[in-house]
Write a protein that binds this ligand. Structure first.
Ligand code: URA
Length: 436
C-alpha cells in the first residue's frame, strides 16, 4: 500500500477500506508516515467526510494503535466524561470532583487546547508543579485513593490520536464529524471507559456550529460506544457564548475553584450540576433528580472542593494556589475593553473570544508552541446585561502589551449590543443515549 494512493482515494471522494485505514493509522503511530502526508489525508477527510463504517474503523484503528488500559484494579463504580470542546469550558475541573465526592470514581484522560478551544490539561498545568503524566499503576493508585485523577493523553494510549490531534490543531482540520468522533471514542475505548457522558457543544464557540451537525456527531459517538459495549449518553449543550466568564488557563482554574465553592457563574454552575447528575445516573447512583440533588450538595457541603484539592496534591501540584487563588502567577499587563454603544448585550461570540484569548497567549498557533498560563480574558457581563457606552465589558490579560490590539479587534466583533434584550437560551438542547 502507498500512502499517496490512500490520500488520492479520499481526495477524490472514495471510501477507504479497513486495511487502508489501519495502514495509515499505524504509519502515523510509528512515525513512518510523515506529518505532511498525514496532514494531507486529514484535509481530504475533512473535505470529503467518511461513512459511518469508515469512522468506526478509524476509531478502532486509533484505539488499537497503542496499549489498552484495563482499569479492573479500580474498585467500585466508575464514570468518564468528554467534551467536544468549547470556549471557557472548564467543566471537567468541576464535575470530576463533584462526582468523586458523591462516591463514583473518575479516571479521566484529557487533552490540550485544540483550535480556538481550551484544553483541560493546559488548564490543570497552570497549577504549579502539577503532573498529568502517569503510568497505569500510579493512575489507578490515585483514583483508588482519592476517587479521581485527570491525566494527559499518554504516549502509549491511542498514540495515533496524539499525533493527529496536534496536526489537526494547526491545519484547520478540527471541525470534522469523523475526525472528532474517532479522536474522542478511540481514547475512551483505549482508556477502558465503561460509562461515558459526552458533552457535545453546539454554537459559535463549538466545532459543530448547528444542532444538526452536533446531533450527527453525537449519534456517531453513541453508536460507536454501543458497538464496543460502552454505556454512552450525549448531551447537546449551548456554546454560543463562552461558558462562565473566564477564558484562559489559570483564569479558568480560578473560576472552577469559585464554582466548587458555590460562588461561580450561574450558567457554569447549572451546567456542571446537570453533567454531574448524568454521570452519577450512568454510574447507577439513582434517578436524575436524586443525582442532581447529590451534585448540588457536594458543592454546598464543601466536599467537591476538598476533592479537587486532594487531586491537585495527589498529582504533585501546589494546592496552595487553590486555597488562595491570589497566589496564581498574574499576567504583566491588562487592558479593559469597553462597550461602544448603550443597550443590551445580545450575544458574545464564543469563537471570537477563544481566538482573542489565543492571541493574548492562552493558545497555540503551532503544535510546538508554549502557552502563557496567565493570559486570557474575563467577561465582566453576560448576554442579557444592560450596558452603557464606556462600561467595561471585558478585561484582557497578557505578558506583552503588543498582544492587545489584535485581541481587542476580535472582541469588538464578538460583542453584539442592541436595543432589545435577547431571548434566554436553553443550556441543554438535546440528549442521545444508548442506555435503556
Ligand atoms: N476532543 C478530542 O479529544 N478530540 C477532538 O477531536 C475534539 C475534542
Amino acid at each position: 500500500m502507498r500512502t499517496c494512493d490512500i490520500i488520492k482515494t479520499k481526495r477524490d471522494g472514495g471510501v477507504l477500506t479497513r486495511d487502508e485505514i489501519r495502514f495509515f493509522v499505524n504509519g502515523c503511530a510509528t512515525g513512518e508516515i510523515p506529518d505532511y502526508q498525514a496532514s494531507a489525508l486529514l484535509m481530504a477527510v475533512y473535505l470529503k467526510g467518511m461513512t459511518s463504517r469508515e469512522t468506526a474503523d478509524l476509531t478502532m484503528a486509533m484505539a488499537d494503535s497503542g496499549d489498552k488500559l484495563d482499569l479492573s484494579e479500580i474498585r467500585g463504580a466508575r464514570v468518564d466524561k468528554h467534551s467536544t470542546g468549547g470556549v471557557g469550558d472548564k467543566t471537567t475541573l468541576i464535575v470530576a470532583p463533584i462526582v468523586a465526592a458523591c462516591g463514583v470514581k473518575v479516571a479521566k484522560m484529557s487533552g490540550r487546547g485544540l483550535g480556538h478551544t481550551g484544553g483541560t490539561t493546559d488548564k490543570l498545568l497552570s497549577i504549579p508543579n502539577l503532573r498529568v503524566d502517569f503510568d497505569k499503576r500510579e493512575f489507578e493508585e490515585i483514583v483508588n485513593r482519592y476517587g479521581l485523577c485527570i491525566c494527559g493523553s499518554s504516549a502509549d494510549l491511542a498514540p495515533a490520536d496524539k499525533l493527529l490531534y496536534s496536526l489537526r490543531d494547526v491545519t484547520a482540520t478540527v471541525d470534522s464529524v469523523p475526525l472528532i468522533a474517532a479522536s474522542i471514542m478511540s481514547k475512551k475505548i483505549a482508556a477502558g471507559s465503561k460509562n461515558l457522558l459526552l458533552d457535545v457543544k453546539v454554537g459559535s464557540g463549538a466545532f459543530m456550529k448547528t444542532q444538526a451537525q452536533a446531533r450527527e456527531l453525537a449519534r456517531e459517538m453513541v453508536e460507536i460506544g454501543a458497538l464496543e459495549g460502552l454505556n454512552v449518553t450525549a448531551l447537546l449543550t449551548d456554546m454560543e457564548s463562552p461558558l462562565g466568564n473566564a477564558v484562559g488557563n489559570s483564569l479558568e482554574v480560578i473560576e472552577a475553584v469559585n464554582t466548587l465553592k458555590g460562588i461561580g457563574p450561574d450558567d457554569l454552575t447549572e451546567l456542571c450540576v446537570i453533567l454531574s447528575a448524568h454521570m452519577l445516573h450512568l454510574a447507577g447512583k439513582g434517578d436524575l433528580m436524586e443525582c442532581g440533588e447529590m451534585a448540588r450538595n457536594a458543592i454546598f457541603n464543601g466536599l467537591a472542593f476538598e476533592r479537587f484539592v486532594w487531586m491537585a496534591n495527589a498529582q504533585s501540584g501546589d494546592s496552595g494556589v487553590l486555597m488562595d487563588t491570589a497566589r496564581f502567577r498574574k499576567a504583566k499587563f491588562y487592558r479593559t475593553f469597553k462597550a461602544r454603544t448603550d443597550g443590551y448585550v445580545q450575544s458574545i461570540d464564543a469563537e471570537r473570544c477563544g481566538t482573542a484569548a489565543a492571541l493574548l497567549g492562552a493558545g497555540r498557533l503551532r503544535k510546538e508552541d508554549d502557552i502563557d498560563m496567565a493570559a486570557g480574558l474575563v467577561l465582566e457581563v453576560k448576554p442579557g446585561a444592560r450596558v452603557k457606552a464606556g462600561d467595561v465589558v471585558a478585561t484582557m490579560y497578557a505578558e506583552s502589551e503588543s498582544r492587545f490590539d489584535a485581541a481587542e479587534f476580535e472582541l469588538a466583533s464578538a460583542f453584539a449590543i442592541e436595543s432589545k434584550p435577547p431571548e434566554k437560551r436553553r443550556l441543554i438542547l438535546d440528549e442521545i443515549t444508548n442506555v435503556q
